[in-house]
Write a protein that binds this ligand. Sequence first.
Ligand code: SF4
Length: 258
Amino acid sequence: MIREIEVKSALTKSGLRELDYSLNPYLGCRFSCSYCYARYFSPREVGERWGEVILVKKNLLEVLRKEVKVKRKGVVGISTITDPYQPVERNFRLTRESLKLLLEGGFRVSIQTKSPLVLRDLDILTRYRERVDVGVTVTTMSPEEARQIEPLAPLPQARIETLKELKENGVEVWMFLGPVIPGHNFFGVLEEAGKIGVRVIYDVFNYYPGLPFRSVSKNTWKQLEEQIRKMCEELGVQCHSEQEDWIYETKRRYNTLF
Ligand code: SF4
């Protein structure tokens, strides 16, 4: 079910230190990943029927148009709660139009998605490539595992192709390996990152009651992290955990643009 809503603000202050603002054109996400904890930060009807109810911010562009004129320039994460290129974007195009407004207005944009639909916006991404980066999430290279945990999201190979095409077009890309789920084929993901030559940000699975996986213990995570780092080294892949200061440094570097 798709329902349109009105909002009072478009850019919200981000809780992530590498970002200044978050922009979420949609609430709810059709990709329906089983590990997704965005449901706990969403309106009740969206969270309870995760993947089935999508709220579209119908006046988002009107509000954003005003905000880009008055807000301090900075880095905007699109999206931080749900996927900005989920199927509803095909018709509503709020992500595309927001991108234009932000980039024309002098902001920097950091996108994260699982969808090849981002390639539709290559014209904008390449025009402003010095102020854009795109992260594509890949949690496993096994289509069977992906179907179990990310039932309606594009398959892993399609995401790899997306990364390749973005990179070939000169767009700054990164791969998000997260959450790392023990027993899943995430080493295959790192191999693909090595072949394309993209940096990887990895992250642990965050457990919330009701989600189908258990948190890993500190020790298990330490071991997994060691394995990931070792493999990255062997493959020549630049690899960072989400918590590392390196991302913050990236933001600091970009802030010198403003
Ligand atoms: S694509 Fe992202 S936001 Fe959408 S359900 Fe999956 S994890 Fe959640």
